[in-house]
Design a protein around this ligand. Structure first.
Ligand code: GAL
Length: 657
């Protein structure tokens, strides 16, 4: 894994560039990303390019031995461009324009804007595509950031109608698929269909889901225009995009299919603060981030493309969360090495130097704005040294052996859109259901691959599907061929591809493998629970969701009222409820007995990952942890880094015997 940083030469006097570049190298950085917001400097007026400054910046960085990731600037169209085609901006759900003055002020469906993107990308690729120092391209920046995937513009409407007519062929097919006879919603032609905003009450969920699918496809096709150009003019350079945290508005698996390296922007403290973690967790982990935030995304994005990396790593406090604490000393190094433990190609800090002006002046860099090194820089240096030690110690031969001890955890963007469209219970949030499964697996010290439905499932120890509302025939075929434990969660098989209830009721096609039928369901308000005691004797509680079932499958867990919570037939397990921590833990312990994996119950805040013959251990907790148990459980070898008493925000690496 290489280290790098995000650098904006256009923000600093040219006289700084050589020193900055030399300083980066001296710190142990090998990569630098530039260019992704600099359109107004590359093309100050339409058709008048100014490449001089960028030529010099690239030479300064290259001369110091840095390799460059060059960004296309299409997330920040300049003022002259927006003024020239004002209808290129996106329109929000309420019909308001999202105007110039920050970034991402474009609609993915606007065809003339797409041409402008193609033009600037081609101009850059022609000029720099064969430069020795340019090793990768980042296309655009954070698709969808600031909620910009969904646009209710005229351009989007027109392309949505085309998309529907290709999908359904005839308007009768669409009316039937959507169930438009309900409330007299039938259309006479594709040209009369609107976007699903501004309706009096909820719009037809099938209409909404198709619009979400369409909007996601728009991101995919927008992206492809630039990748095709880069491949043509800059072949053999890798193509990258930087995804975000807890963001699901487009199908990252589909964009990832058109990338060489899927990267993401890791801001663990900002994400903890801004996403629905409990107050207790927010306080406990305010300076470390929840121990599964970074790892969850590492494992998710590793499954989205051939390779993955961290394009932006938080180096200190950010500026955009409700509160922006400083990381504990040690955390920047810990996050960096954790990326390595999850197989990252690189980890690049955002940003090199804190910028004293404009929107992000309160965001830390590796350097302060006066140029002195901040805490992040000290830790980046340390991480560079650690990485060298770990490469020496790792045993690549071991890498292949791990799949049989890895859990496949399924994630689907479409499932997220479906449940957002029809949560049925306010607290049924699919992303959190998946995250809780992930967290429970990681508390048992397990390696997890987060996979799409297209992934090859052969060779895994177990497959966990927190919920799969639409189960395709192709997935059924794959599942039938496996004889490892497979766990499906609530609402699996509960919808057809057209967003209706299946004829044979939920879990739909899964009834071929397990004899259960969901007869009725309940979503549970806060404070309304079911309770039970697991086979292992632990009390558990059901929140959010419970299904009542009939059928002959064997009941494994049930609640005090007698409702089945977990049942199985052969290797197929089905959970009828949103499994809360204790229950999930017990279910996994039981299922793991059917595999070759020996779980280990980790102390609060401790996480680990096995890779290349090493066990990487991270203490996200605030207390010192004695690693004796972990060490003993696996009869492992020597400490490569760290020690048995692992302080808060510190790492230890043990060689596996
Ligand atoms: C990312 C973005 C960067 C910068 C950073 C601040 O979302 O890609 O440009 O804004 O956040 O944390």
């Amino acid at each position: 894994m290489k280290l790098g940083c995000c650098y904006y030469p256009e923000h600093w006097p040219e006289t700084n560039w050589d020193n900055d570049a030399a300083h980066m190298r001296e710190m142990g950085l090998e990569l630098v990303r530039i260019g992704e917001f600099a359109w107004s400097r590359m093309e100050p007026q339409q058709g008048q390019y100014d490449w001089d400054w960028l030529d010099h910046a690239i030479e300064s960085l290259a001369k110091a031995g840095l390799k460059i990731i060059l960004g296309t600037p299409t997330a920040t169209p300049p003022k002259w461009l927006v003024d020239g085609m004002p209808d290129m901006i996106a329109i929000d759900e309420k019909g308001h324009p999202r105007t110039f003055g920050s970034r991402r002020h474009y609609c993915f469906s606007h065809m003339p804007y797409r041409q402008e993107c193609a033009r600037i990308a081609q101009a850059m690729a022609e000029r720099y595509g064969k430069h020795d120092a340019i090793i990768s391209w980042q296309i655009d920046n954070e698709y969808g950031c600031h909620d910009t995937v969904l646009s209710y513009s005229v351009a989007a409407l027109s392309r949505f109608r085309d998309w529907l007519s290709i999908k359904y062929d005839t308007i009768d097919n669409l009316n039937t698929a959507w169930g438009n006879v309900f409330w007299s919603m039938e259309y006479q032609s594709f040209n009369t269909i609107d976007l699903p905003n501004l309706t009096v009450t909820e719009s037809n969920p099938a209409h909404m889901l198709d619009y979400r699918r369409f909007a996601s496809d728009e991101v995919v096709s927008f992206h492809k225009i630039q990748t095709d150009i880069i491949k043509k003019y800059s072949s053999s350079r890798t193509i990258i995009h930087n995804f975000m945290g807890f963001f699901t508005d487009f199908d990252h698996h589909k964009v990832g299919a058109d990338l060489d390296i899927a990267t993401w922007d890791s801001y663990p403290l900002g994400f903890l603060e801004m996403f629905p973690f409990s107050d207790e967790q927010k306080n406990e982990y305010a300076r470390q981030g929840h121990p599964d935030i970074a790892a969850f995304h590492h494992d998710l994005y590793r499954g989205c493309s051939h390779k993955w990396g961290v394009m932006e790593q938080q180096p200190g406090p950010v500026n955009w969360a409700h509160h922006n604490p400083a990381p504990l000393n040690g955390m920047v190094r810990l996050w960096t090495i954790e990326a390595m433990a999850h197989d990252a190609e690189f980890c690049s800090y955002f940003r090199w130097r804190q910028v004293p002006f404009a929107q992000e002046q309160m965001h830390a860099g590796l350097l302060r704005s006066d140029g002195a090194e901040a805490q992040g820089a000290i830790e980046a240096r340390q991480a560079a040294k650690d990485i060298a030690i770990l490469y020496e110690a790792g045993d690549i031969q071991n890498a292949q052996k791990l799949k049989s001890q890895t859990i496949a955890l399924h994630f689907s963007y479409e499932a997220q859109w479906l449940f957002e469209t029809q949560p049925h219970g306010k607290s049924f949030q699919y992303l959190w259901l998946v995250f809780e499964h992930y967290s429970a697996l990681r508390r048992l010290g397990l390696n997890v691959d987060i996979i799409s439905e297209d992934a090859d499932l052969e060779g895994y120890a177990m497959v966990i599907i927190p919920s799969m509302p639409i189960i395709k025939d192709s997935f059924m075929t794959k599942i039938k061929a496996l004889n490892i434990p497979i766990l499906f969660g609530p609402r699996s098989g509960s919808k057809t591809k057209d967003f209706s209830i299946p004829k044979n009721l939920a879990p739909g096609p899964l009834q071929q493998l397990i004899d259960i039928k969901v007869t009725h369901i309940e979503s549970l308000r806060e404070g309304l629970h079911y309770f039970g005691t697991s086979r292992q004797g632990d009390d558990f509680r059901i929140d959010h969701w419970l299904e009542h079932i009939s059928g002959s499958a064997e009941i494994v867990e049930q609640c005090h009222e007698g409702n089945a919570i977990l049942c199985h037939q052969d290797n197929i397990y089905y959970c009828t409820a949103w499994p809360y921590e204790a229950l999930l833990h017990n279910i996994f312990i039981d299922l793991l007995k059917l595999t070759n994996i020996k779980p280990i119950i980790l102390p609060e805040g401790l996480r680990l990952r096995r890779k290349d013959g090493l066990i990487y251990i991270f203490n996200y907790g605030r207390k010192m942890v004695d690693l004796g148990n972990v060490h003993e459980a696996w009869e492992d070898g020597d400490y490569i880094l760290g020690q048995e008493n692992l302080a808060s925000a510190q790492i230890a690496i043990i060689a596996e015997k």
